[in-house]
Ligand binder design. Structure first.
Ligand code: GLA
Length: 729
């Protein structure tokens, strides 16, 4: 049993393999958070202390007791309005203009299996894998009923949270802020890890002390964003990759979000995560229900590496879905960096011919195949093949490619519209724009109002026509701008604060229909590369294009940051041309291959221009990738170096679950005359097992590889890379 309730003490205890989470209902019906961390075998209520604290008010119920303050006690779901002046999870307003609510406990329910959220992505788990706890709270005055959802997956060592709000009153309630989860810590110094970036340089890891005041990340872009990823970690200051305590919070949502960590006047720390509150305002009419998306919490007492592996496993097996969840995904070639918009059907076929020769399994036709689309100024919204360019119906090109023995994949950007398109000329009001103002253009395109079901339906019909008429086995779903000018022509003016949330429901509805109606389709998420790389998208697309930056060295940092919260199998990663198109760097084909293999592997360069020598290297790479595939996708991932600190090299490792096989990857970042020797220490192996390294034939004990390490070969050249494949003997 993962969820326990103890009646006399009204104590809730959630247990996973390595953690315990406790909360209790107090004498007044408030739900207090008690503890989340290493298992203690104890009721942790004794940690709470009560003192008369100036300027921290007291609820009316406690009468003359000035030691009881919501401002000081740890809350399970803090609201604005009950005397807690810290950052709340919930802010409501009533018709009379008053703000605030006062939530009191009503009861609970425990169910077998993991709860689902209507219209929203969520981790899933069967009855023997998960338990659900629902705690019911109500606010008497407004009639608001709040259900706190907890999904406990003991073996995966995670607890998920989500919130349902129902208006059981007579009047509308306006939701101004709804966070999905919060953790109150009574004590401790902490550091905070977040992942910032920009287009083509996403998810750079940043670790800073938690200070007094509030530290916030988030997105107001309508997508989770390149700039801040909806994932963060709270750690003890001495926590490392392999030791120490840390907590992860991962948002299963792809739109605007907010995540906050704040240290209060009593040195207590509150972390919270949920929807972006700025310009959010949801009118909950009597009888209506609202769902706040899920946050996945994980705790590790064994450092950041273990925490990451908890997320990797969970997301691989209990978030990603579809045929390609666990089977090998085809090695692909994408024509974008090979041709950009400048291609014909024959050119694509030529690339296909070379692809087949090399052992590539799928060809992906990127942007430019539809409507009037030879530049990024026009065509979006007109999802009909440009037969002149492609050389006939799409089916004929797909058949030709299939005839080569390759699968066929296609790029789309369904949420967008160009002003120069038939769709925009017919339905200008389908694009977001503020009445009386000119819209913000970005990449010369506007955003379709996916909060409107008729818009979603129309685009869905067009996309499904394409899928129905040709053998398309993969689709790259792109989204190439941030959403500004949020104004839906069908929503009454005062409700514009709902539009971005409803937009996400529209998007998820579209993606769910694709998932149900095209179960064999492999979907790759994309948003100018990694601008919507989040757990929400992984529910629909088991892989996401990691970044528009394909340079191997920049990718090391991007993939390093990504690995903290997301499995390697989820990162689309390609070998591209050199000098690299984004930064001009020159790296060897070998190194580009090693880096791209830390992901869902493919190529993105003009195969027709390869030399014979390059072709041989690629053939070998693909063979290697097939050999390593299971290890890479389903194995345990270890970061061997901190790329924000170690300058000489970057290294990472895959270890099979049975610890019989491992692949150590490393890329040299510096080169010097008379160089010092670098060493790299492996991780995650069985110390007593003996492993043979494939190329040298040498055997080592796991202990030697982990505690003594391997000397890195010395050779001349920039950005050299090595893979050591070791198998138990
Ligand atoms: C985005 C994607 C690229 C490519 C282009 C096409 O930038 O991230 O991979 O598909 O759009 O326009």
């Amino acid at each position: 049993m993962a969820v326990h309730y103890e009646e006399p003490t009204r104590l809730f205890t959630l247990e996973t393999r390595g953690s315990v989470y406790q909360m209790k209902v107090d004498a007044f019906g408030f739900l207090l958070h008690l503890y989340y961390g290493k298992r203690t075998g104890e009721n942790m209520e004794y940690l709470l202390t009560y003192y008369d604290r100036g300027f921290s008010g007291n609820p009316y119920d406690v009468d003359r007791d000035r030691t009881y303050s919501m401002d000081a006690l740890p809350q399970e779901y803090p609201v604005w309005g009950n005397g807690d002046f810290r950052s709340p999870c919930l802010e409501t307003q009533m018709k009379d203009g008053s703000f605030g609510s006062d939530l009191r406990y009503q009861g609970y329910e425990i169910e077998e299996g993991k709860y689902k959220l209507p219209g929203l992505p969520a981790v899933y788990g069967e009855k023997d894998e998960a338990q659900t706890l629902k705690i019911y709270m109500t606010d008497d005055k407004s009639g608001l009923k709040v259900t706190l959802y907890y999904g406990v997956m003991p073996e995966y060592d995670v607890i998920t949270r989500a919130v349902e709000l129902k208006n059981q009153g007579q009047e509308a309630i306006w939701l101004g802020k709804v966070q999905s989860a919060c953790l109150d810590f009574l004590q401790g110094d902490y550091e905070w890890i977040s992942f910032y970036g920009r287009h083509a340089m996403e998810r750079t890891m940043q670790r800073v002390p938690v200070v007094h005041g509030s530290q916030v990340i988030g997105s107001r872009r309508g997508a989770s964003s390149h700039q801040y990823n909806p994932f963060m970690i709270l750690t003890a200051p001495d926590t490392t990759e392999t030791n120490g305590e840390c907590y992860g919070l991962s948002f299963v949502y792809s739109g605007s979000f907010k995540a906050e960590v704040a240290k209060d006047q009593y040195n207590q720390v509150r972390v919270s995560m949920g929807l972006q509150e700025e310009r959010f305002c949801f009118e909950l009419k009597p009888g209506q229900t609202f769902f706040a998306p899920e946050v996945v919490l994980a705790y590790s007492a064994e450092g950041l590496g273990a925490l990451s592996r908890q997320y990797h496993k969970l997301y691989r097996y209990h978030l990603c879905r579809g045929k390609y969840k666990t089977i090998p995904r085809p090695v692909l070639v994408n024509n974008w960096e090979a041709t950009y918009f400048d291609f014909t059907g024959d050119k694509i076929y030529e690339i296909g011919k070379h692809a087949r020769e090399l052992g590539i399994e799928m060809l992906v036709l990127d942007d430019g195949w539809f409507g009037k689309r030879d530049t990024d100024y026009s065509g979006l919204g007109d999802w009909e093949v440009n037969e002149k360019k492609v050389g006939g119906p799409l089916k004929s090109l797909v058949d030709r490619i299939n005839g080569l023995g390759l699968k066929f994949g296609l790029w789309v950007e369904p949420e967008m519209v160009s002003e120069d398109s038939d769709l925009y000329r017919t339905h200008p009001d389908w694009a977001f724009a503020i009445p009386g103002r000119k819209p913000i253009r970005s990449r010369s395109q506007l955003v379709l109002d996916f909060s409107r079901p008729e818009v979603v339906d129309h685009i869905y019909r067009q996309i499904s026509l394409i899928l129905d008429n040709a053998n398309i086995e993969y689709m790259k779903w792109d989204m190439n701008r941030s959403i500004a000018d949020v104004y839906s022509a069908t929503t009454a003016a005062k409700n514009q604060g709902e539009v971005l949330y409803r937009y996400m429901l529209g998007l998820y509805d579209f993606l769910e229909r694709l998932h149900v109606n095209y179960p064999d389709l492999l979907l790759e998420g994309c948003c100018g590369g990694g601008g919507r790389f989040d757990a929400g998208m992984l529910y629909y697309s088991p892989q996401i294009w990691g970044s528009d930056n394909t340079d191997a060295i920049d990718r090391i940092s991007i993939q390093y940051g990504t690995s903290f919260g997301y499995p390697v199998s989820s990162v689309g990663s390609h070998v591209s041309a050199t000098p690299n198109h984004q930064n001009g760097r020159i790296t060897s084909l070998q190194t580009r291959g090693v880096v791209a293999m830390a992901g869902s592997f493919g190529y993105e360069l003009d195969l027709c221009k390869l030399t014979e020598e390059e072709k041989e290297v690629i053939k070998l790479q693909i063979k290697d990738y097939h050999k390593y595939w299971d290890l890479i996708h389903n194995g345990d991932y270890y970061r061997l170096t901190d790329v924000t600190k170690r300058r000489d090299l970057a290294a990472w490792q895959f270890v099979s679950e049975d610890k019989k096989k491992t692949l150590i990857n490393l890329v040299m970042l510096e080169t010097h005359g008379n160089p010092v020797t670098s060493y790299i220490k492996a991780a995650g192996l069985a110390p007593e097992k003996k492993y043979r390294e494939e190329k040298s034939g040498r055997t080592y004990t796991g202990a030697a590889l982990m505690y003594g390490g391997l000397p890195v070969p010395q050779a001349q050249g920039e950005y050299l890379s090595y893979q050591f494949y070791l198998v138990e003997v």
